[in-house]
Design a protein around this ligand. Structure first.
Ligand code: AQP
Length: 328
């Protein structure tokens, strides 16, 4: 039986963090044998907010390297850089022409991000979800494994696909978001009311995947908690709840077992033990990252294999779309 197709993307807006890992990448790796996978560093999305060219170039390579270091492999997954496959930008334009502005005005991510940008907000940031729809729809994607923050965008991709199919006949598969039951929204350490984020100004808010053991210990030590004592999974106490959730995701233990383990212990104990769990969980990934980036030409070769495979499939879909619209 044919495997269902999965597509997901990740921006190169900065260093990847534990939220990106637990909400997305870890699940991509875990499921890669079960599905036919396309994973992409979405560099065209990344430039919807201002980027320094040299920093951007390095971030793109770092993110791609981390995807392989985390366990994606070129046999089970097509891993590539979005701008290496021209069909993404082309399909986005075609979809722009059938997407009502009102649909984009409702996107909460645009509202949040445009507030930060003020008068510099680009048309690209507003159009971000249409480019994302193009990414997903080009590959006949069934499932889009993402963190909770991306749910609304995946639903929009489905709406755009439906509108296109209604107007021109069946061309696109209707995608569904796939959100992990736990870990879909890892919160910041300094501000546990907000999700952990690459572009957050306070760099102590996120644990980055390439942080050193000392950085990890120090960030967790400063993490915001509360004035209570007991260590319980209580959603009304966001700091402790977040730390326990990270502990749960990395150890795979049951919540009751974790609460029992920390019964009578202090917040300091929790933070110290969690730091060691995070350090040990990231160690193999960090070692693999150093290995593969030290190997001359390895990353370029992997990415060129990925781009070639993605390009072939995307071109075929794009041809169908042009034909349906009446442009060919
Ligand atoms: N805090 C989070 N918890 C769980 N999942 C998360 N993701 C992001 N933050 C969390 C998931 O990671 C994948 C890649 O995200 P992205 O790079 O496309 O952009 P984003 O969602 O906007 O993530 P960031 O880190 O917050 O980046 P910036 O700061 O640039 O906006 C997605 O599946 C996302 O859901």
């Amino acid at each position: 039986m044919d495997k269902k197709r999965v597509f997901s993307g990740i921006q190169a807006t900065g260093s990847l963090h534990l939220g990106n890992y637990l909400g997305a990448i870890k699940n991509w790796v875990k499921m890669q044998e079960q599905f036919d996978n396309y994973f992409c560093v979405v560099d065209l999305h990344t430039i919807t907010v201002p980027q320094d060219p040299e920093v951007l170039r390095n971030n793109i390579r770092e993110v791609a390297g981390l995807l392989f270091a985390a366990g994606l492999n070129e046999k089970s997954s097509v891993v590539f850089i979005q701008s290496h496959v021209r069909a993404h930008a082309e399909l986005a334009w075609l979809l722009n022409c059938i997407t009502p502005m009102g649909w984009l005005h409702r996107m909460t991510q645009f509202k949040d991000k445009s507030e930060k940008q003020k008068e510099d907000v680009s048309v690209g940031l507003f159009d971000y979800p249409v480019l994302q729809a193009a990414d997903i729809l080009l590959y006949d994607t069934h499932f889009v494994p993402v963190g909770e923050d991306q749910k609304q965008h995946v639903e929009l991709s489905r709406d755009i696909a439906q509108r296109f199919n209604y107007r021109y006949g069946d061309v696109f598969v209707l995608p569904d978001a796939m959100i992990p039951p736990v870990g879909g929204r890892v919160m910041g350490l300094a501000n546990p009311e907000k999700k952990m984020s690459k572009s957050e100004d306070n760099k102590n808010d996120a644990i980055f995947l390439l942080d050193s053991p000392d950085q990890i210990r120090s960030k967790l030590k400063r993490g915001t908690t509360d004035s209570m004592r007991d260590i319980k999974f209580d959603e009304t106490r966001p700091g402790i709840y977040n730390l326990l959730t990270i502990y749960q995701l990395l150890t795979g233990k049951e919540r009751s077992e974790i609460e029992e383990h920390f019964s009578g212990k202090s917040y300091k104990d929790l933070k110290e033990q969690l730091a060691e769990v995070v350090i040990e969980s990231l160690r193999p990934l960090q070692e693999r990252y150093r290995e593969l980036t030290g190997e001359e030409g390895y990353l370029d070769e992997m990415l060129s294999i990925g781009a070639e495979k993605a390009d072939a499939r995307a071109e075929e879909k794009l041809r169908q779309v042009y034909k349906k619209i009446g442009l060919r």
